[in-house]
Design a protein around this ligand. Sequence first.
Ligand code: DX5
Ligand code: ZN
Length: 232
Amino acid sequence: MYDSIRIAPSILSADFMAMGEDIKMIERGGADFVHVDVMDGHFVPNLTLGVPFVKQAAKVASIPLDVHLMISNPLVQLPWFIEAGSDIITVHYEAFDSDEDVFTAIAMIKDAGIKACVSVKPDTPVEALFPFLPQLDMVLIMSVYPGFSGQSYIEGTEDRIAAVVAKGRELGCDFLVEVDGGISAKTVERVAAAGADTFVMGSACFGAVDPAQAMADVRRLGTEAAAAHREA
Ligand code: DX5
Ligand code: ZN
């Protein structure tokens, strides 16, 4: 919520044959988090990375691992991702049968000393997040339908961000607001102006000729847009 900008490159767009080197490369380039997209081929159509990857990445990374769980059975797998060395864990609201189960997942994460985040897909009303806001360290607003990198930002996501930020302020909460999907120098300003402060960059980082420059550009544009909004 208008906190200092954090950049979270998604290693889904990295070179899978050189993951360790790519993690070091984004760290040198100024990344704040390593965003790890875990997809199970069920909650989303795609299948990507899992617990063994997080275990290995935790040994290599010196910045926090931001683990985005797009899986159908988070209550089963959470202990494994906690044990593997995640620093931030995001679960999807849509993966649970009840609000009570979401609260259980948040408690499991926080009791392990890990930062807890809940996400909603683009077609889930953001109001679904409201009961959990006081417990959360971060919320993740998806700006594409989860499943694949390289998709286009869904216009209007900024209104959903603004709604969550307004509710968070009303409740006196203090959480990071992460946005994921199609974020680049072209789209960052509108989401930063709405109050997002943590930007996942997949293709816009690893697909760039100079990833460090791409991250720096997004950080600068996001910082300026947030500042302009604060002054307005
Ligand atoms: C989508 C993933 C994203 C994705 C971002 O389901 O959660 O993190 O990798 O990739 P870009 O930035 O290319 O949209
Ligand atoms: Zn993600």
